[in-house]
Design a protein around this ligand. Sequence first.
Ligand code: RIB
Ligand code: CA
Length: 314
Amino acid sequence: MSRKIIIDCDPGQDDAVALLLAFASPEVDVLGIATVGGNVPLALTHRNARMMCDLAGCDVPVFAGCDKPMQRVLRTAEYIHGETGIDGIDVFEPKAPLQPQHGVDFIIETLLAADDSSVTLVPTGPLTNIGTVIDREPAVLPKIERIVLMGGAMREGGNRTPSAEFNILVDPEAADIVFRCGRPITQMGLDVTHQVLSTKDRVERIRALDNPVADATAGMLGFFERYDMSKYSAPGAPLHDPCTVAWLIKPELFTGKDCNVAIETRSDLTLGHTAVDFWHVTDRPKNVHWVYEVDSGGFYDLLTERLATYGETA
Ligand code: RIB
Ligand code: CA
């Protein structure tokens, strides 16, 4: 039976690939997409999400959520994703409509109407929408089966500051609410996402699928990779956000352990740091399944196999 999910994202090329993977995977049933200010401002993240719906030919409803963090100003990442947030493909005005309801209200309404532990939240951007949902309507908590998020780091260090990963840094107060909420969390931090590099042969294998969605994916990866390849002198860029969807489809590709993760919300120096108690040196609750290893070949096999389905005639 497919798992009901809500994807909360800030496309961003890697968020976009996570959407395309989810749309092509019967293991998940995407109830809706909420978008948030993050990699680029909200007006672009919801436009980019709707572009992916058009590309994939899917009618999943798209909602605009919060345009800035709960208490801070928005930091964006055009230096990685380009001014459009999705550089690497030609931007177009999508046919997929923007739903009139606010993304936070959509998530609250959907969860309140759901059975207990029946909906999985998949945030792949700053946690502003999810933190606001929990803060505004805690009655939703028993309805959340699990939160499978991309964010944070341990051994890998930060990617926006020496100690913080972008998604957590943008809205640490929202992240703190989410990590303290008591519902099961699976966390894909940089320690695992930096193992799934979009190397040349992997991108060429996707391009060779020769269908419009695979072409768009190869184009987006071709742009998205340039910043990280030069920063890390790596043979490809980390394909962060699709790790969340891949875990839902094929968890056996990943290795993790339950431990405590807490968020730094006060220090100017280490704001947004995810303190991962990997060796259980505190008595803090094990609130997170911290994922730290992945079969990267298997991950790209899965992604390529699912992108290939976009070329199959109906
Ligand atoms: O730090 C990587 C994360 O920040 C990814 O989700 C990327 O899309 C950006 O949102
Ligand atoms: Ca993202």
